[in-house]
Write a protein that binds this ligand. Structure first.
Ligand code: AMP
Ligand code: MG
Length: 398
């Protein structure tokens, strides 16, 4: 059976970088940058004061304590109109440009704070408390590469460069439908034999978290015709995500419907638990992910195959897959050893991984509080408490 890595490689081979679009800076947060950002000016744009204090010449305070006449104020945003005369001081505020002629700022704490004349109590080396022009950013520096995700720090740098509009990856649309005659919506009665269609909600949320746009196609009955019709309706979206109907049950029609429509199968079944029967096909120009119906199988296979594909389509070029850390297991894990198993765990800041109490692939509560997937490799039947274990991180440590 196909390994997870081989299956991931086959998925990624199918994914082309999607189009970019220009958006306003306020809409760029969380998107993938699609242009290189080169500094258009030096930052700071001039030498400026790192402290509230007095602009002086270092040589004039070399014999401190000394008293110097104060020749005016330099508030932030209001550069001095005249240079500093030798033997004098100017009161200067943090961020204000240092006047010509001054080479040092004495912080107010080292003075008597005088307004007409100031007593400086300590000598300072030239350049003290001055932030140099260009010490943060130099005009021409490459500040951001295409392919990075725009978080708060990236947004800040884009704002500093006065980028009112930014090229970002267009958010792909993802058609989502859930197959199953047993499924009802959240506002429908739970008749005997019925269960709530939770996967559509799970997958729509995961698609949004990945930065793409879910398009809900609802519940699809367990017939081949209904499944074909759903796949046709999904053709307006960039990707298709289905849940259920990919196993070997008598009413599992997703694969058959794909074949009838002439889809090119990339794989069916991966050596993993949960999520083994996942199917990936190319139907004309779009990739279809047929995820298994068990909620946790859908959850795990989304993180392993779908989220990385969506990120690549938006133009992200690093960090496509969930990052792996080495953690210490707090409780033993048991596996049949046939397939690689992904256990839901809670990982803390000390990198201790605690398996969630319930690990069934239908267990909704096994996803609650899970910020990691601990991997027990094929062939291993037991991992003891205290042993190291590889964990794929799905969220922040807690
Ligand atoms: P399937 O992959 O269609 O064989 O479904 C496997 C299991 O997942 C069955 O117990 C289904 O009832 C359950 N299941 C399938 N689809 C959903 C869904 N949309 N929401 C919640 N559970 C589902
Ligand atoms: Mg089913």
């Amino acid at each position: 059976m196909l390994s997870v890595e081989e299956a991931q490689a086959r998925v990624m081979d199918e994914i082309a970088q999607g189009p970019s679009e220009l958006v306003s800076l306020s809409d760029a947060h969380g998107r993938v940058l699609r242009e290189e950002i080169v500094a258009s000016y030096d930052l700071p744009s001039a030498d400026n004061s790192g402290m509230d204090g007095y602009a002086v010449r270092a040589e004039d305070i070399a014999n401190a304590p000394v008293t110097l006449p104060v020749r005016g104020d330099i508030p932030a945003g209001h550069p001095a109109a005249t240079p500093l005369d030798p033997g004098t001081a100017m009161r200067i505020m943090t961020g204000a440009f240092v006047p010509e002629g001054a080479d040092t700022v004495v912080q107010v704490e080292l003075t008597d704070g005088g307004l007409e004349a100031v007593r400086v109590d300590a000598a300072l080396r030239p350049g003290a408390n001055i932030r140099r022009r260009g010490e943060d950013i130099r005009r021409g520096d490459v500040l951001l590469r295409a392919g990075v995700r725009i978080g708060a720090p990236e947004l800040t740098v884009l704002a500093a460069m006065q980028k009112t509009r930014v090229a970002v990856g267009r958010r792909p649309t993802v058609a989502i439908f859930s197959t199953g005659d047993e499924l009802v919506g959240i506002d429908e009665p739970l008749a005997p034999g019925k269960i709530v269609n939770t996967n559509s909600w799970l997958l729509e949320a995961l698609v949004r978290e990945a930065g793409a746009v879910p398009v809900s196609l609802g519940i699809v009955g367990d017939t081949k015709d209904a499944t074909i019709a759903a796949l046709e309706r999904a053709a307006a979206s960039d990707f298709v995500l289905s849940s259920g109907g990919v196993s070997v049950g008598a009413y599992d029609f997703v694969k058959e419907a794909l074949e009838t429509l002439g889809a090119e199968s990339k794989f069916w079944r991966v050596n993993m638990k949960p999520g083994k029967p996942v199917v990936v096909s190319r139907l004309r120009e779009r990739v279809v992910f047929g995820l298994p119906g068990n909620p946790v199988s859908s959850f795990v296979s989304f993180h392993l195959f779908v989220a990385p594909a969506l990120r690549k389509a938006m133009g992200q070029d690093a960090g496509l897959f969930p990052p792996a850390v080495r953690a210490t297991l707090t409780h033993p894990l048991k596996s049949a050893g046939e397939r690689r198993v992904y256990f839901r765990v809670a990982v803390n800041g000390a990198l201790e991984a605690s398996p969630l109490a319930s690990q069934g692939s239908g267990s909704l509560t096994s996803m609650l509080g899970a910020n990691g997937l601990a991997i027990v490799p094929e062939g291993i039947t037991r991992v003891e408490a205290g042993s190291p274990v590889d964990v794929l991180l799905l969220g922040a440590l807690r």
